[in-house]
Design a protein around this ligand. Structure first.
Ligand code: PGA
Ligand code: ZN
Length: 425
């Protein structure tokens, strides 16, 4: 049982310089902890609502003073002095207090900051690391350290839309542990920086998640450049390092067509394009290959590629158990991209996780493009034995705080670092 003494919130800035929320939870026992929440840009339509002030004189309407005010008043008044047996009990009360389907009254951002601050305060109270507490909350022991997927090149909404697709990521598959995988990834990142300087005479400019954004003419050029970067680093594409794509195709889908190149593609043609890429490049995971509105064609994509690579749903699923259930029934994909703030509480994210795992899916645990220096993400990725982690690129403190926390965790516990299945296995 943990009794809440006080909840206090503060408006802080995220990595894009936009406001977000940091909440501190003080328990009656004296255990106190804070948590900050991230924010997306390439958001899915079914995500929990963020409460923003709308006052155009402050931060272009994106201020969080109303949300902060609600935590300091209504939420604190309702929760202080109350005892909670579990995270589930606290989160259910938050959901009920909000009373709307998409958390639009109190805001998913306010609710999540309270949810995570409470979890962290409970870990402090119990005197255990946060990852251990997350594992106990899920009711499952930690079995593995998540594999890395690291943003190398960016386009779409996170860069200047020079190409429509959002990310080409590297997946270090030959590292035997997290530290080795990180070293391999950094070699490729720096090789890419060097190649970009040589080929495009470009300075080291980065997109929202720290990915490099050379001025290429097509998405495929980025994939070819990623392969070249792996080779330039003295590594073997497909053996040492594979690729993953976040196509984020909802953002270039309109009236049933995909605006990927000069000629708009039908859903079938888009699937053919993805198959062509998967054939030509060492791709092991494709996220949002089709639009969140194109439910009817996801099963065909899953059928064509799902036996050899991850068909990962981000905007499609929005970490929402109802949407995941629908995708399981339709056989629409085989992996969940889990972003806790898409759904708004740890309890509902755990439900999403359990549902995906029970269907034999893989789970990639992810940050957002607007993130903070807080690193509870890393404890979650380990505590819930995520199959993959996705924290952006290897630069910018809001990203490195996640990788550095994983290094700290790896020093204290040794869980197997799973081998990525061979293509076709
Ligand atoms: P977002 O993008 O955080 O801007 O929504 C990340 C992603 O699409 O994976
Ligand atoms: Zn995505």
């Amino acid at each position: 049982m943990s009794k809440i003494k006080k909840l206090t919130a503060l408006e802080i800035l995220d990595s894009r310089g936009r406001p977000t929320i940091k909440t501190t939870c003080e328990l009656e026992s004296g255990a106190t902890a804070s948590a900050s929440v991230p924010s997306g840009a390439s958001t899915g339509q079914a995500e929990a609502w963020e409460l923003r002030d709308g006052n155009m004189d402050r931060y272009q309407g994106k201020g969080c003073l109303n949300a902060v005010g609600l935590i300091n008043s209504e939420i604190n008044d309702s929760f202080s002095g109350q005892e909670f047996e579990s995270q589930n009990e606290l989160d259910r009360q938050l959901i009920n207090l909000d009373g709307t389907p998409h958390k639009s009254r109190l805001g998913g951002n306010s609710i999540l900051s309270v949810s995570v601050a409470f979890a962290r305060a409970q870990a402090v109270e119990k005197g255990i690391p946060l990852y251990q507490h997350f594992s106990e909350m899920l009711g499952q022991p930690i079995t593995q350290f998540p594999r890395l997927t690291i943003n190398l090149f960016s386009g779409g909404m996170h860069a200047g839309r020079q190409v429509p697709i959002q990310d080409v990521l590297i997946v270090p598959v030959s590292g035997n542990n997290y530290d080795e995988a990180l070293v391999i990834s950094m070699k490729v990142y720096h090789a890419a920086v060097e190649l970009i300087q040589q080929k495009f005479n470009m300075r080291w400019l980065t997109a929202d998640e720290g990915g490099l954004s050379p001025s290429v003419n097509s998405a495929e050029e980025l994939m070819a450049l990623a392969v070249e970067s792996i080779q330039h680093a003295g590594l073997v594409p497909g053996k040492d390092v594979c690729l993953a794509l976040d196509v984020a195709s909802s953002h270039f889908y309109q009236d049933g067509k995909y605006f990927l190149g000069e000629t708009p593609l039908s859903s079938e043609e888009m699937i053919d394009k993805l198959c062509e890429w998967a054939d030509k490049y060492p791709i092991v995971s494709i996220e949002d290959g089709l639009s969140e509105e194109d439910w009817g064609h996801w099963p065909s994509l899953q059928k064509k590629l799902g036996s050899s690579i991850l068909i990962l749903g981000d905007d499609l699923l929005c970490t929402n158990p109802e949407r995941i259930q629908k995708a399981i029934e339709l056989k629409a994909c085989n992996a969940l991209l889990l972003k806790v703030n898409q759904i708004g509480t740890l309890t509902e994210a755990a439900e999403a996780y359990r549902l995906a795992k029970a269907s034999g899916w893989q789970v990639t645990i992810s940050v957002r493009s607007g993130d903070t220096e807080d690193n509870w993400f890393s404890d979650l990725a380990v505590g819930w034995s995520g199959d993959q982690s996705k924290a952006g690129s290897l630069t910018q403190s809001e990203r490195l705080s996640k990788y550095n926390r994983l290094l700290e965790i790896e020093k204290t516990i040794q869980y197997p670092f799973p081998v990525w299945p061979e293509k076709g296995e």
